[in-house]
Structure formats: structure tokens, C-alpha cells
Design a protein around this ligand. Sequence first.
Ligand code: PLP
Length: 360
Amino acid sequence: MTEPLLLTPGPTPIQPDAQAALHKPMLGHMDPQVFELNARIQRNLRRMYGAAEGAFTALAAGTGSLGMEAGFANLLEPGDEIVVCTNGEFGERMAEMSERYGARVTRIYAEPGRAVDLEEVRAALASEPKLVAVVHGETSTGVINPAPEIARAAFGRTLVTVDAVTTAGMMEFCMDEWGVDYAYTGSQKCLSAPPGVAPIAVSARALEAVRARKTPVSLWYCDFEGMQAYWDRRQYHHTVPVQLHYALDAALQAALDEGLEARARRTITLNAAVAEALLPLGFSHFVENPRDRLPTVLALRLPAGLEDAPLRAALRERGISITGGLGATAGKIWRLGLMGEAARPEHYRRLFRELAVLLG
Ligand code: PLP
């Protein structure tokens, strides 16, 4: 039996050191050794995000969506204005969450498969909203949005949240240099750790904004001040998933040892090679403008006459998981994951071999 292979846009195949770390013995969440582990995670997250010394980094005990929700829960109060860039599922999820926290939401739309227009965002920022939010890599369509430019345009007037779920740890991410105030990801994406913790980074400006709130944060579990009590002051807040901390720590250390630039090169090179191998079979790019293509998620239209569900089911029988489209693109595209451990040439060679057998 060959090992099952995840070539999906998350979760990714688990990193070997992270897999081994899951076997470590249980320790209490208030154990001095766990606090040392947490401090290393915080330091290494600062490196991964390119965050300033004064930024607060931590793991929220949930998946990427909890990272997303924590940002809106802390940075928005009822009636606040927010501009949300929406060109896919996850941008829309951000807008919906902001509405649930009582914010007045202005959506900047772009069609699926296109990046949001920087000039439209700039125009919306003229009214100086409290927050602007953008998904850096829109997983649902394989599009990269101009997050650094948006952050620079908002700097000093409007706080900036960037969803870094498909970018941080694999692509360049410079939180401090770009002027990002809140960033989050999920452990199972670019770092290839098990799902269940969301690495977050909060700028000093954002922490100041939380302290200036008129109302308490409705999401008690991820109130940044409560999280800081545990992570920075070593006081009990809630029981953290220690095994997942061990695994994340190991995967993060491995990513930093490999080097963030080397990881970006790895995904960019493999993305081009996979496209080059599949385009002659009749696949075509879903994202038309090369500038808008996300290196970590390759979105390809299926060749005419090729049926999505039976082919993916046959690949699954042979141990390979591939993800199709979401919503309007279901049945029409494949989304190939090139994050973390998925971005290995040998994995894609295995896919090509199986496809050759199935397509004859
Ligand atoms: N944001 C983006 C860009 C994502 O791709 C995902 C998940 O695929 C999420 C948020 C939500 O993360 P999770 O499924 O870990 O809750």
C-alpha cells in the first residue's frame, strides 16, 4: 500500500519532524517547559511573519477560521467601518464575520480568478475606515491579491488585516515593512503541521486599538489581552493543545532552517513545472493574468470532455487527493496545492504517472 498523498490546497502532508513531535509525552499547559516552547514559537513566528519586536505572536487554539475571527472580534466594535476585499470564498467569509461583529462593511469585489483592483481599494480608503481586510492568497480561485500595496496605502490611517493562510511560511511576508496590523494562518497549510492551531501576529498599533475599545471583546476565548496573559505573562487563560504546540514548533523550525526564500523558490519553480506538464494535456490556467497567479495554489481549468468527479475519485482510489473547484467553479477546475510538504517534485511525478495510466 503506497502512502496516501495530499495534493490539496490544505491540509498538506505532515512534515516529518512535526509527525514525530506528536509522540512527545503530555505536559501541563502551565509547565515551565511548555512556556519555554511557547516563547520559541513566539520568536519564530515573528521571523516567519517579518513582525516587529513589539508585535504579539501566539497560537489561537483552533483552525485558520479562528485566526480570522479573532482579528475581527478584537479590532471591530459595533458600528465601525471596514473595507473588505472579496474575490472568492475566503474574502466573503471575512465580510460575513465582520457583519456578525456589527461592523458596517464596504465590499470591494473582483470576479473570481482576478485580483482586487488597488485603485478601487485606495478610493474606498479615502473615508478612513477603522480597518481594511484582504486575503493575500485566495485559495478558492488561486489568486494573489496586492496585500503589500493595500497595507502601504492604508498605513497610518486605517488598520490592516491580512489573511496569510496560503502565503506566510512559504511566500515572502513582511508584516512590519508592509504595515500590516494583524495576520493569521492555519497550521496545516504552508507549515505542514497538523490542523488545530492558528499562528497569529498582532502589531503594537493593533494592540493599542484593542486597549482603546469602548466595549469588551465578545469572543472571550481569543481576546488578545487574555491571550497575552497566558503567552506573555504566563498566567492561566485556557488549556492550550500542548501536542499541537510541539508539532507546530517542529514544523516552524524546519521551515526557518530551510529558509523562507528557499521555500518561496521551491513553490514558484514547482508551480511552473506542474503547469508546463499539464497544459499540453488540455488543462488551462483559470487565472488569466499571470501577475495574479498564486504560487502556492495552482488553479487549472479541466480539458473539455474530462469529467472532474470520476477522475478525482479514481485518483483517490490510487491514494492521491486532489481538490476541485468551489461554488461556481465546481466541476470546472482543479486546485493543486503547492504549500509546505505538498510542494515536492516527487509527489507531482507520482500524480503525472497515475494520470498517464488513467487517461491512457
Ligand atoms: N483563509 C484561507 C485563505 C483559507 O484557504 C482557509 C482554508 O482553506 C481559511 C481561511 C480557513 O481556514 P480553516 O479551514 O483552517 O479554518
